[in-house]
Design a binder for this molecule. Structure first.
Ligand SMILES: [Ca+2]
Ligand SMILES: [Ca+2]
Length: 644
């Protein structure tokens, strides 16, 4: 790595000649003045593949997967050896990329599929839009489900087409995808792995439309392509030319599909470049290509213990990055990264500059002549991209880089990497000597580690995600993975609530819930939505509330009620399934008097009921006193009322 750095420095004279057109003097404060551009602001095409590993490209030596177009992009641009993901999984890393913040400051740190950005947060798109860019996004958003403060069209995107929720994105054949929070129907699709319209083709078609509409329209554009291939389910149409290359290989089918998905994406990179050329904007367009998180050890077998394609294994030396997607060893953070701009970014260069996703926002902002927000953690890498002469200053380096995810924390400071797995002590590695993170130096270098632990403490702020004002569309998107129904096989058979004798629950409203578990969508209204798989759970974890838990329902009009029927949660858990509870019936939502019944329920997964002498009323209060698991929480899959 040092060698390539020296090679770059030796070639710096070439770099000056290269970058002459945009040369600038540094400002008095040593910071760059805005770049001048011979042809106005550059267009930006930012392509991010979901899951593609560091060593899964031809240009990083992969012996299995063909990527001639991406290799050509690297050969004609700069390839980065130490560009690291913002986080080791999909949603948190996207949030770092979009906001310029590291994972100790971001709003989206969970990978639950829909956790949103806060309303006021700036993104790459909102920053570029302010200086006149047309902004389009195509692929998997992951920074806020529909009905939340995080939707892309409220964060600077003129248009975003694809998946907002990550569970939705698991299927390439959902009945619809999303365009600016509206549903875009995909013909002939039933969810899962079957259908007529391959979602990724549609998404790329929409990107092409955007490029055709905006190239030469007098406005620069940002085309953000966080595309899903080769993320699973591993599906590609048999008619795709890339499938023909791999279909007869002696490999597991899923591995063949995966390779074909990468080669399909590679072909599309070539097609996008051809389109930019056709539209006459090739020379004024910067292209980035990267992966979103470290490689996963997919398709392991005894001959391929680190995954069939060895995403984290150097194909020539056999040296391997420790870990993989989901953790904070290098294997979770190393991604491919290529930058390309004819005449401006020097071709054929391999850089070992150390940077990561929070740096993307300030970099793109500088390229666009925009001002980055003040509360970011990233540093522009424009001097590294265009040469220090063109940028008008030296490339600044991070004092440290920071990550956290799922109980893991990590700090990088030059050659040093400190990493703390969940519920374990900090480990310390010297990456210059030990790229495989095998030799823990925590005991030998206590001063270095103490400094890095202090940095980690400084870097972490409590997580403050955005909010949902309505979860209905978001939940619908998640169900759309399986065509709108939960898959019988994937989630097992469930008991349903017998409807005989029940008052129809159409028009019922939750008036009040003492608490609900918003973080995982187990909201009060799930208790009366007719879906046995969805449930209400009282507040979970932070600020946990204990019994009694209460649910107040408005039936819309007065009924004669003679009992209730309860369906417990239908997954394998028993958390919060009701034991002792009371039901009240009243004429107002606030005044209930004595309970109509005090019930003690059995530990069963089927529906059970408690009856009482008929009482008239429009409002019902369910009050929980204890749970079958003796826990302080409560859960209800469905609550029905007997009566007329
Ligand atoms: Ca991913
Ligand atoms: Ca339900």
């Amino acid at each position: 790595m040092r060698h390539s750095r020296r090679a770059f420095l030796r070639a710096a004279g070439v770099g000056l000649a290269w970058a002459g057109a945009g040369r600038l003097a540094p400002g008095r404060d040593g910071k760059a003045k805005p770049l001048r551009h011979a042809h106005g602001k550059p267009n930006i095409v930012y392509i991010m593949s979901d899951e593609l590993g560091y060593f899964e490209l031809g240009c990083t030596g992969n012996p299995y997967i063909r990527t001639p177009n991406i290799d050509r992009l690297a050969a004609e641009g700069t390839r980065f050896m130490q560009a690291l993901a913002g986080a080791p999984v999909c949603a948190p890393t996207r949030c770092c990329l979009m906001t310029g913040k590291h994972a100790g400051h971001t709003s989206v740190r969970r990978n639950d599929g829909g956790t949103p950005l806060r309303a006021e947060e700036e993104t790459v798109a909102s920053v570029l839009k302010r200086v006149g860019y047309a902004t389009g996004g195509f692929g998997k958003w992951g920074c806020g489900g529909r009905g939340s403060t995080g939707v892309p069209e409220k964060h600077g995107f003129d248009v975003f087409v694809g998946y907002y929720d990550q569970v939705h994105a698991h299927s390439y054949y959902p009945p619809y995808i999303v365009r600016n929070s509206e549903e875009l129907k995909l013909e002939g699709n039933g969810g899962g792995r079957a259908g007529k319209t391959y979602s990724h083709y549609k998404i790329m078609d929409e990107a092409v439309k955007f490029l055709r509409a905006n190239a030469g329209a007098g406005k620069p554009f940002l085309c953000y392509l966080p595309v899903t291939p080769p993320h699973g389910m591993f599906d590609i149409p048999d008619t795709d030319p890339a499938w023909a290359i791999y279909k007869d290989k002696d490999w597991p089918e899923e591995a063949r599909r995966y390779a074909a998905m990468v080669t399909m994406l590679d072909r599309q990179v070539g097609e996008l470049r051809a389109l930019l050329k056709e539209l006459g904007v090739e020379k004024n367009t910067v292209i980035f290509f990267c992966g979103d998180n470290g490689g996963n050890d997919y398709f392991r077998d005894k001959d391929h213990p680190r995954g069939f394609f060895g995403p984290n294994v150097h194909p020539k030396t056999g040296k391997a990055f420790r870990g993989h997607k989901g953790n904070l060893y290098e294997g979770g953070l190393r991604v491919p990264m290529i930058a390309h701009w004819p005449g401006r970014i020097r071709p054929g260069r391999v850089s070992d500059h150390l940077w990561y996703f929070p740096d993307v926002l300030p970099t793109l902002a500088e390229l666009a002549g925009a001002t980055a927000p003040k509360d970011i953690d990233g540093i522009s890498v424009v001097p590294e991209l265009l040469g220090e002469a063109a940028a008008g200053r030296k490339q600044a380096a991070h004092e440290y880089l920071y990550w956290e995810y799922g109980g893991w924390s990590a700090v990088r400071m030059g050659r040093w990497k400190a990493v703390r797995p969940p519920r374990k002590d900090w480990e310390l590695y010297d990456l210059d000597a030990d790229i495989e993170e095998q030799n823990d130096l925590a005991a030998k270098q206590p001063d270095v580690l103490a400094k890095m632990k202090a940095l980690a403490e400084k870097a972490h702020a409590p997580e403050v995600p955005g909010t949902f004002h309505d979860r209905e569309a978001h939940e619908r998107d998640r169900r759309a993975k399986w065509g709108g129904k939960a898959p019988a096989r994937a989630r097992g058979k469930v008991n349903t609530m017998p409807s005989d004798g029940l008052i129809p629950n159409k028009g019922w409203k939750i008036v009040r819930a003492s608490s609900e578990s918003k973080s995982n969508g187990k909201l009060a209204r799930n208790a009366i939505d007719g879906d046995p798989r969805s449930l209400w759970h009282s507040q979970w974890a932070e600020g946990l509330k204990t019994h009694p838990h209460e649910l107040v329902i408005d039936l819309g009009k007065e009924y004669e009620i003679r009992g209730f029927r309860y369906l417990p949660r239908q997954d394998t858990g028993w958390n919060g399934t009701l034991k002792q509870c009371e039901l009240y019936v009243g004429g107002s939502a606030t005044d209930f008097g004595a309970p109509a019944v005090k019930a003690t329920l059995k530990k069963l997964k089927t529906a059970q009921e408690a009856t009482f002498a008929p009482v008239r009323g429009r409002y019902v209060l369910l009050r929980t006193l204890s749970a079958q698991d003796n826990a302080p929480w409560a859960s209800v899959a469905e609550l029905g009322l007997l009566g007329k």
